[in-house]
Design a protein around this ligand. Structure first.
Ligand SMILES: Nc1nc2c(ncn2[C@@H]2O[C@H](COP(=O)(O)OP(=O)(O)O)[C@@H](O)[C@H]2O)c(=O)[nH]1
Ligand SMILES: [Mg+2]
Length: 451
């Protein structure tokens, strides 16, 4: 009798402990299916490999390392012209079919609309690295991004430059945006930007003379930019308070309205990286990057993610010469002029250690390593592939490449200024598209069905 009320109290407590969180979950995310819940659980678990020091066994590490040594299609090394053509056509057909499907926006779960109290509230900024003379080109990019997305969400802008922004630049940008919009202008510390002392300018020059066919190889400023975007930008004090950035560049086009908060989408779906275009690179620009990366991986194999995007790195079918020249890297990479990044990934130990190692390899100057292949290698090796999202719905162009979704009949979401499924103005560039590898070998069923 004495224990009766206590027992009842205990029961009430247990019921509350179980029911209250359940009610909260159901209330917050009314459309969470069991499948989605599982997806969240899996990616959260996988992501914490390094952080939780979940050591992989020597056998598992051997398996992962051997996948990094194995080309995607072993027989492709002996393909004749006809076999190559058949394989290439199959990939183009996959692209054609994918882009023939009308889409709007992720069917996902819970999209945050402009009226939602969470709209515009993610810890995020739109990031533009520009020079003063790029003003008119960055204005056209911003006008379109505002019109298609940001006038509904009001995310702040951060402008960075290796020189001081002129008053003219700052005034024009401020005039362009609504009066209450937060805008920051920052100068980059020369130590973050300039060629470091470890690089010998004479050696740099002689190496670049040999790379004359590689775009921008002769421009020191381009090397500075690639190194900055690879290993430094996320340390800029103006970005310290943000978790996400959306990078934009001068002179890009946005063709379709985005009526949901993409940063909240990243957060809600546990994504760390969003891209729209995915290409092969000039192999001469990254001739030793794969070898350096494998040296790093051999020193730190525990950083490898067991659900990494390895097949994408190992494609040897479409550009066998790239695979050959780099000693085993397809050169597939996310085209980083558009990227939405969870900066926690860049600030993580695997990424930072990798950047430190690459800096010592000197390829930002003695070759012309781009931030795109560097970022892509880090993501493919150290991140769970299910946390990388192809924003199929974002109509985008940075010359000469385009991502142009097809809309359902009657939809006015896209403005008609791009041809659905178009990729490049010249057919000869079709082979530069690495998206078919991503679609076929990396995307899960869930991702494939997410539009
Ligand atoms: N402030 C500054 N920005 C640069 C410099 N070089 C390139 N950028 C920026 O870096 C990004 C990439 O440069 P871009 O010329 O578009 O390279 P591409 O797209 O690879 O041809 C753009 O946002 C440029 O505005 C530079 O020397 N100074
Ligand atoms: Mg550009």
């Amino acid at each position: 009798m004495i224990h009766g009320p206590r027992f009842a109290l205990k029961r009430i407590l247990i019921v509350c402990l179980v029911l209250v969180p359940l009610v909260v979950i159901i209330h917050r995310k009314p459309d969470l299916s069991l499948q989605n819940l599982r997806w969240r659980e899996t990616s959260a678990e996988d992501n914490s490999d390094v952080a939780r020091n979940e050591l992989k066994s020597p056998e598992e590490l051997d398996q992962l390392l051997s996948r990094l040594e194995t080309p995607l299609v072993i027989e492709a090394a002996h393909y004749g012209k006809n076999e190559y053509k058949a394989a290439f056509n199959e990939r183009m057909e996959l692209l054609r079919k994918t882009f023939a499907e009308p889409i709007t926006e992720p069917k996902s779960m819970h999209l945050v609309r402009p009226v939602d109290p969470l709209a515009g509230k993610a810890s995020a900024t739109i990031l533009c690295l520009t020079r003063n003379q790029d003003l008119s080109d960055i204005v056209t990019s911003i006008q379109q991004l505002e019109e298609q997305f940001n006038n509904q969400f009001g995310y702040p802008y951060t402008f960075l430059n290796d020189e001081e922004f002129s008053d003219h630049f700052k005034n024009e940008i401020t005039r362009l945006l609504p009066i209450d919009r937060e805008v920051q202008f920052g100068r980059i510390d020369p130590k973050m930007w300039n060629m470091p002392d470890s690089i010998d300018p004479e050696v740099f020059k002689s190496k670049m003379d040999q790379l004359e066919d590689v775009q921008h190889a002769e421009k020191i400023s381009y090397h500075n930019m690639c190194r900055f975007y690879s290993r430094s930008f996320y340390h800029h004090p103006l970005l310290a308070k943000y978790k996400y950035i959306w990078r934009i560049e001068p002179n890009v086009n946005f063709y379709c309205r985005i009526d949901y908060d993409v940063f909240q989408f990243m957060e809600d779906n546990d994504k760390i990286y969003g891209f729209v275009l995915n290409l092969y690179d000039s192999p001469e620009s990254v001739k030793s990057l794969w070898k350096s990366t494998m040296d790093f991986v051999e020193k730190t194999p525990q950083y490898l993610h067991r659900n990494g995007s390895y097949a994408w790195l190992k494609d040897n079918v479409q550009k066998p010469q790239n695979y050959e020249i780099t000693g085993g890297y397809s050169t597939c990479h996310f085209w980083t002029n558009f990227e939405i990044i969870n900066l926690d990934f860049l600030r993580s130990k695997p990424y930072e250690d990798y950047m430190h190692f690459l800096e010592g390899e000197k390829g930002f100057y003695y070759e012309r390593w781009g931030d795109a292949p560097v970022r892509s290698l880090a993501l493919a090796l150290f991140a769970d592939k299910s946390r990388i999202h192809w924003f199929r719905d974002i109509g985008y162009q940075h010359f000469p490449y385009t991502n142009c979704p097809k809309s359902p009949a009657g939809s006015d979401r896209c403005n008609g200024n791009c041809q659905p499924g178009s990729f490049a103005p010249w057919p000869s560039l079709r082979s530069e598209n690495c998206l078919p590898v991503w679609i076929e070998h990396i995307m899960s069923q869930q991702e494939l069905e997410s539009y």
